[in-house]
Design a protein around this ligand. Structure first.
Ligand code: SF4
Length: 263
């Protein structure tokens, strides 16, 4: 049985950022070694080739550290270049596989790193102080949140849920009626992306495991997305749960209160 995780106890952001930095330093050393090894051979072909390769590698290294520096500024709460968020995600995708390998050397699992990414990503989301009308917030959950023995088909239409209290789907349907946000249960990432395209929300709150949140948050970009980790007392992808207090608090922090929304 998988350990029950308290979703609020997200992994520290420094883990993810630290591993990204170590990966960037490692890559820099590899680039330098490559340049050094190829130096004489390249010079024999053309005397300018070592210089050109050096400039290309140095530019790649400089851009990497600029991106990471921008991420650090954002995480620290200092002024940062917000238009560079897409580039930050690209950089993360590029460095993440190496970060996982380096993390393993220090005894950290892939899941811990993904969890730490969610912490960083949520922090960036909150820094943007995003507020949207309730009906423009889309809450997405995976199918595994539904009780496995429930006979009701709630994908496509969560209103088919009878609110029997057997799982958190009923709680989410009730909360969506109370607060007015859109709620959808997706059977996979493709459907989730399709719904996000069709419904044109202004923000997304995704409930999922670390892996799906990490890919999902990046997939829906430039839509701002905040993640809430699911709880897995029965192992992954089976009768999962979510902390409803955390969901409510997150929704309330994103939607414009009704009285303000009415003008
Ligand atoms: S709350 Fe809804 S989805 Fe969950 S078991 Fe009951 S009827 Fe099924």
């Amino acid at each position: 049985m998988e350990k029950v995780l308290n979703p609020s106890a997200l992994r520290p952001k420094r883990l993810f950022i630290g591993m990204l930095l170590l990966s960037a330093i490692f890559l820099t050393l590899v680039f330098f070694a490559l340049w050094r090894i190829s130096y004489l051979g390249l010079r024999e072909i053309n005397e300018y080739l070592p210089l050109l390769l050096g400039i290309a590698l140095a530019t790649a290294v400089a851009l990497t550290f600029l991106g990471l520096g921008n991420l650090l500024l954002a995480v620290k709460g200092w002024p940062y270049f917000s238009a560079g968020q897409k580039q930050i995600y690209k950089l993360i995708n590029l460095l993440f596989p190496l970060s996982v390998k380096i993390g393993k050397l220090f005894g950290h699992t892939r899941r811990e790193l993904e969890g730490s990414f969610i912490t960083v990503s949520n922090l960036l989301f909150r820094r943007r102080k995003i507020r949207v009308p309730a009906e423009r917030l889309l809450v997405l959950t995976p199918h595994c949140l539904q009780l496995a023995t429930c006979p009701h088909k709630i994908t496509r239409d969560p209103n088919n849920c009878k609110r029997c209290g057997g799982c958190n789907i009923g709680d989410l349907v009730k909360l969506s009626e109370e607060l007015g946000f859109k709620f959808f249960v997706a059977t996979g990432g493709t459907l989730a992306r399709q719904v996000a395209r069709e419904w044109r929300p202004q923000a997304v709150l995704a409930i999922a495991c670390e892996r799906d949140l990490m890919s999902g948050i990046q997939d829906v970009y430039p839509l701002p997305a905040v993640g809430v980790l699911n709880i897995r007392p029965n192992g992954p992808c089976f009768n999962t749960k979510v902390d409803m207090a955390e969901v409510r608090a997150t929704v309330e922090s994103v939607i414009i209160p009704k009285e303000q929304d009415n003008g």
